[in-house]
Design a protein around this ligand. Structure first.
Ligand code: ATR
Length: 270
């Protein structure tokens, strides 16, 4: 029987995951099915339990269910524990394991553009997306990781929680003036609302890499803001999407797909 995989979310109609995993499967000669499943907002647990009961082998979980997936898993990987959120589940003899491949996906995509060791990195936001990235960012041994958030206390709490893993500190946007950063990563959901972040103009330098975890046809509102401020390379999250998928594919199938051509095709399709 062909193994069955899926992405669960709400909304999920525009998810690119089926196309990405189909491309990985074709590339590595694997036979599998991968579909979209829209879980009702109040019905994630029933939907995911049903998926596995009906023979599902593994699934990805996207907005807004990553915290519920964390609670659903019988076993958690260390990086899922750190993130407090799960985007990848699979079933084996021991039950359903939950992992989080978002952080490693971000870092693998970033590595295409710059080495993080010894760099000063600024992470904007202190919600689920930021939490999922911190462990992987610190593992790259940056000189400093500053987490800045609209509610500064949330950033400070997050920094405290990860303090054992590396040089991390939390603050509000107003505390950023005058500090130089090599890389600024947007992990807030402000772009969704088209809202600009209240960042000091002095943040941007011509060599600052600006990275938005979101992506779209043109520049996201955050990348537009970085461009207007005079930042250097402007990168969106399409590469992160492909890399987190590749890591999930590897966990499920034991094969590592070549992500570059898949990313190029997706980019062309935007
Ligand atoms: P996600 O899972 O996408 O991270 P979340 O956990 O709800 O979603 O977190 C949303 C993040 O975006 C938070 O850091 C939030 O800032 P606050 O903690 O201060 O609320 C940030 N955010 C959302 N809308 C924003 C806006 N208009 N301006 C600034 N920050 C915003």
């Amino acid at each position: 029987m062909t193994d069955r995989y899926a992405v669960l979310g709400n909304p999920v109609a525009h998810s690119k995951s089926p196309a990405i995993h189909a491309a990985f499967a074709a590339q590595t000669g694997q036979k599998l099915r991968y579909e979209r499943i829209e879980a009702p907002l109040a019905g994630f647990i029933e939907t995911v339990a049903d998926f596995f009961a009906m023979g599902g082998a593994g699934c990805n979980v996207t907005v807004p269910f990553k915290e519920e997936a964390f609670r659903f898993a019988n076993l958690l990987t260390e990086r899922a524990e750190q993130a407090g959120a799960v985007n990848t589940l699979w079933l084996d003899d021991e039950g359903v394991t939950g992992d989080n491949t978002d952080g490693v996906g971000l870092v693998r995509d970033l590595r295409r553009h710059l080495a993080l060791a010894g760099r000063r990195v600024l992470l904007l936001g202190a919600g689920g997306a930021a939490r999922g990235a911190i462990g992987a960012l610190l593992a790259e041994r940056p000189a400093a990781l500053v987490v800045a958030n609209r509610s500064a206390d949330k950033a400070a709490l997050l920094a405290e929680r990860f303090a054992a893993l590396g040089p991390i500190r939390g603050c509000g946007y107003e505390d950023l003036a005058g500090e130089p950063f090599d890389l600024v990563v947007n992990a807030t959901s402000a772009s969704l609302a088209g809202a600009a972040l209240p960042l000091p103009a002095s943040l941007w330098r011509p060599e600052t890499v600006a990275y938005d975890m979101m992506y779209g046809r043109g520049l996201t509102p955050f990348l537009e803001q970085a461009r207007a401020g005079g930042a250097g390379p402007l990168l969106d999250g399409l590469g992160m999407l492909v890399e987190q998928a590749a890591e999930a594919f590897f966990l499920w199938r034991g094969a590592r797909p070549d992500t570059a051509p898949v990313l190029a095709d997706l980019r062309a399709g935007l």
